[in-house]
Design a binder for this molecule. Structure first.
Ligand SMILES: C[S@@+](CC[C@H](N)C(=O)[O-])C[C@H]1O[C@@H](n2cnc3c(N)ncnc32)[C@H](O)[C@@H]1O
Length: 204
């Protein structure tokens, strides 16, 4: 099942629900993964900016957060919210499932929050492309068990299934923990390219 593009009505009804702040506190996530001032983040499938704006506050004016989404409606919503809140370090980006119009290797950290179970492999490839070598991908998703909100249990991935998917894109798992009662978090690193031994490097 591929996640469809979300509308403003979906965002206000579901993504902006006040219960989410306690059940999956974005500030707790950013503290736990050590997001710091000056970092560049790409939030892929950013929705209404639930994780984007707390990240922007944490990285500060010397950092930047790209809020990437396939929904024109939600890209506009994030743009309006950034303007209303005078937040200047959020850059909304309209993407397609196969292309994110942001340059290679810009990001210290990429976030996939509540999206991996619904996006195609091309979007994961694009997300990995945006990470610098040594940069981290953070995947937050619903535990595959009944919960008061969230996608149907049958659409969800277990943490080992998500680890297998992301490892198949060349990422190395480095950390795992829970975020509130319903979500797991998996952290991965994009490896540095292997160094060729000196005798294999061309002397041109
Ligand atoms: C469940 S919402 C999650 C929003 C946000 N990450 C959060 O946790 O509040 C999924 C979002 O992913 C977007 N989306 C779906 N497929 C996508 C894709 N292939 N690339 C980027 N965004 C996508 C949808 O438009 C929607 O805004």
């Amino acid at each position: 099942m591929h996640e469809a593009s979300w509308s403003r009505a979906d965002a206000t009804a579901v993504l902006d629900s006040p219960e989410r702040r306690s059940s999956q506190d974005p500030n707790r996530l950013w503290r736990r993964v050590g997001l710091k001032r000056g970092d560049t983040v790409v939030d892929v499938g950013a929705g209404s900016g639930f994780y984007t704006f707390p990240a922007a506050a944490r990285v500060g004016p010397s950092g930047r957060v790209y809020a990437v989404d396939v929904s024109q409606d939600l890209v506009e919503l994030v743009r309006e919210r950034a303007a209303d809140r005078k937040v200047r370090n959020v850059e909304p980006v309209l993407s397609t499932p196969a292309h994110i119009p942001v340059e290679d290797a810009v990001a210290d950290l990429a976030l996939l929050a509540n999206v991996l179970h619904g996006i195609p492999p091309e979007t994961v490839d694009e997300t990995v492309r945006l990470l610098r070598p040594g940069g981290r991908l953070v995947n937050v998703d619903w535990k595959k068990e009944p919960s008061p909100e969230g996608p149907p249990v049958g659409h969800r991935l277990t943490a080992p299934e998500a680890t297998a998917v992301l490892s198949a894109h060349g990422l190395i798992p480095t950390d795992a923990f829970d975020l509130g009662p319903y979500h797991y978090v998996l952290v991965f690193e994009r490896p540095h390219p292997p160094r060729l031994p000196g005798h294999l490097v061309s002397a041109e």
